[in-house]
Design a protein around this ligand. Structure first.
Ligand code: ASP
Length: 267
């Protein structure tokens, strides 16, 4: 999960690490979280501005501190103490993301970086702005599952706004008995719906399959709240679900035996 997310954090194409969206103040403020399905240990970081790999910091908080979530300058100080890579905030800058901010900076709204319609897919600016928050769920050969999520949040966010990505149970959750889940979408709805944990609850309390649980949460519970987005999930039996209620969601999987898939839109 760490290595997969780091590849995407280092790519300018995704809204995580380098290429993160901009806040109203023209800064990049990064959120990430990780959960280990075997131990139910978790780590999360919110609103850091100079840590190269927020997912690495989230895992470090899990393994090297007594806490689950650290934020802002304190989280950066912890990262420095632990020898993680610290970068100049300009490292996260990309031209596309600044343009996305400039389009809505004078409006009282935040914007998902991937909610544009299919018809705009070939517009070069819009196209690049489609790449979103990143997440990974994984199953190892011992039957252990884990989930991680990393994001810059929403374009034009203000006032230290934190989304669902660093909130365990909302944007990320993992439990070997049920599932590992990573979410993307309008974070406020995912927080209010406890989306990642809701999937796990439907499996443990209502006996739903992974696919049934994900479908119910994304297409019923989330829609009832007015929320848009999706999630990826895996369980210890190697079942995979990638469900969304938006036009598309960049996604893919690979089995150790080589079976693999990538997708953008529903089909
Ligand atoms: N869920 C993220 C947030 O609200 C945004 C995203 O998934 O693109 O911060």
């Amino acid at each position: 999960v760490l290595k997969t997310i780091q590849v995407m954090e280092e790519s300018p194409l995704f809204n995580a690490g380098k290429g993160a969206v901009f806040t109203n103040a023209g800064t990049n403020e990064l959120d990430a979280s990780f959960m280990d399905g075997k131990t139910l240990n978790a780590g999360a970081v919110a609103g850091v501005k100079d840590v190269k790999s927020p997912i690495e910091l989230a895992i470090k908080i899990m393994t090297d501190s007594e806490h689950v979530m650290l934020s802002g300058e304190g989280a950066s100080a912890f990262a420095k103490e632990k020898g993680l890579d610290i970068v100049n905030p300009s490292y996260f800058y990309t031209e596309n993301r600044i343009q996305s901010l400039q389009k809505i900076i004078n409006q009282e709204k935040t914007e998902l970086d991937h909610n544009d319609k299919k018809a705009n897919f070939y517009d070069p600016i819009i196209k690049d702005s489609k790449f979103g928050t990143v997440g990974c769920v994984a199953l190892d050969k011992f039957g252990n599952i884990a989930a991680g999520t990393s994001t810059g949040g929403m374009t034009n966010k203000r006032w230290g706004r934190i989304g669902d990505a660093p909130i365990i149970g909302s944007g990320t959750y993992a439990n070997n008995q049920t599932c590992a889940v990573s979410c993307t979408g309008s974070g406020e709805f995912f927080i209010r719906g406890n989306v990642a944990y809701d999937v796990s609850c439907l499996i443990s309390y209502a006996g739903k399959s992974l696919t049934e649980a994900c479908t119910e949460v994304v297409h019923k519970h989330l829609i009832a709240l007015g929320g848009d987005g999706g999630l990826i999930a895996v369980n210890a039996q190697a079942e995979i679900a990638m469900v969304f209620n938006t036009e598309g969601m960049y996604r893919g999987y690979r089995h150790s035996q080589g079976d693999h898939f990538i997708g953008i839109y529903e089909n």
